[in-house]
Design a protein around this ligand. Structure first.
Ligand SMILES: [Mg+2]
Length: 374
């Protein structure tokens, strides 16, 4: 049996004594095990600081993956990481490591041995970097090799850092800290970008799509509909006498009314329909693959739900109704975004004229010929 040559220095910790560790698996036979059976998840550390290294300040919910075919090294790594306050998943071969890293609930930080049966550390790095970059997986390669050329190979393969065996626990802690800091920064960046994306496409008051975004949706639905000869319908809904709401109850109550009205509209739409705030109290609904009868039915549903019961606001109960114009593109004649919305707008205008709180469907005369529109 080979003697492990690891520079671990917690003689005060009997469990980490090499004599107590399980025998090394020379043949690497745990390669045959499935990752679920092969992965051992250790709990959070109990007592910290017995090794003279501090717990890491960064909270990471995902466990750290430790992959090494050498049982002793793996156990010591796992033990050290657990003492630093991390959950750990252990695997004994490259195949299991890769299955975990390519999975849905993958670890975000991995300590991978360079030489492993199945898939080696650098190869896992290469696959990982090819796969995707978000959320980022930080990889520390563990290697017995010290030659510069090897390190270059490992880093070129996509490793973020490396640790040479026998590893020093303080060094591991420091490198781990750098990795966690990078992961934290990346999470912040992704969150900030997502927030900006949401801000760019959503109406801050109602949380539904803004004008630009709903028109983009309509454009892509028209592109798709044209390819498959699928109808596309739009509903333009306008809250009746909304100026009076603002005048009588104040703008705050007006905002609450808009929020609740949009929430009610959203609730009666199908999953694949889109709702956006087109203007002040105007909402645009895009109904994909929708023939006139269905479009009318959905518009009626919107009209009914908005008027169903008064909207309670901080300034009191407000009863609102809505007028709706519906326009359907059935590809009998070509339409673009603007001509379709214009047709719905003309129908909406007629709904207002005829006494409000009603649905009107646009006729062919409401469509401007694409290309002739001024
Ligand atoms: Mg190895």
């Amino acid at each position: 049996m080979a003697t492990p040559k690891l520079d671990t220095r917690p003689p005060d910790d009997p469990a980490s004594d090499h004599r107590q560790a399980p025998p090394r698996n020379e043949a690497g036979s745990d390669d045959a095990l499935e990752p679920a059976a092969n992965a051992t998840r250790l709990g959070q550390a109990g007592a910290l600081g017995t090794m003279g290294i501090e717990a890491q300040p960064h909270a990471m919910t995902e466990p750290i993956l430790v992959a090494d075919d050498d049982t002793i090294t793996r156990r010591i790594l796992a033990k050290t990481l657990t003492k630093l306050g991390h959950d750990v998943v252990e695997v004994g071969n490259g195949k299991s490591a890769w299955e975990l890293l390519a999975g849905d609930t993958r670890p975000r930080l991995a300590v991978l041995d360079w030489m492993m049966p199945g898939i080696d550390g650098p190869e896992i790095c290469r696959r990982l970097r090819k796969l995707r970059d978000e959320p980022y997986t930080y990889v520390i390669l563990l290697t017995g090799r010290t030659e510069k050329a090897d390190l270059v190979e490992g880093m070129t393969a996509g490793a973020d850092d490396y640790l040479t065996k026998p590893f020093d626990e303080n060094e591991l802690a420091v490198r781990l800290r750098a990795g966690l800091r990078l992961l934290e920064l990346q999470s912040e960046l992704v969150a900030a970008r997502e927030q900006m994306r949401t801000q760019a496409t959503h109406d801050p008051l109602t949380g539904i799509l803004n004008r630009g975004a709903i028109l983009d949706v309509l454009q892509s639905e028209l592109n798709r509909g044209r390819r498959w000869n699928d109808p596309v319908a739009v509903v333009l809904a306008d809250l009746d006498h909304f100026k009076l709401v603002n005048d009588e109850f104040g703008h705050l109550a007006g905002d609450e009314t808009l929020r609740e009205a949009s929430r009610r509209m959203r609730a009666v739409l199908r999953d694949y329909d889109s709702l956006g705030r087109y203007g002040g109290e105007e909402f645009l609904v895009v109904l994909a693959g929708c023939w006139p009868q269905i479009a009318r039915r959905i518009a009626e549903r919107i009209r009914t739900v908005v008027a169903a019961r008064p909207i309670s606001t901080t300034a009191g109960s407000i009863h609102v109704t809505s007028s709706l114009g519906v326009a359907v593109c059935d590809w009998e004649q070509p339409v673009d975004v603007q001509s379709l919305v214009n047709a719905a707008d003309l129908a909406l205008y007629r709904a207002k004229e005829r006494g409000r709180n009603r649905v009107v469907i646009a006729g062919y005369e409401d469509f401007t010929q694409v290309g002739n529109a001024s």
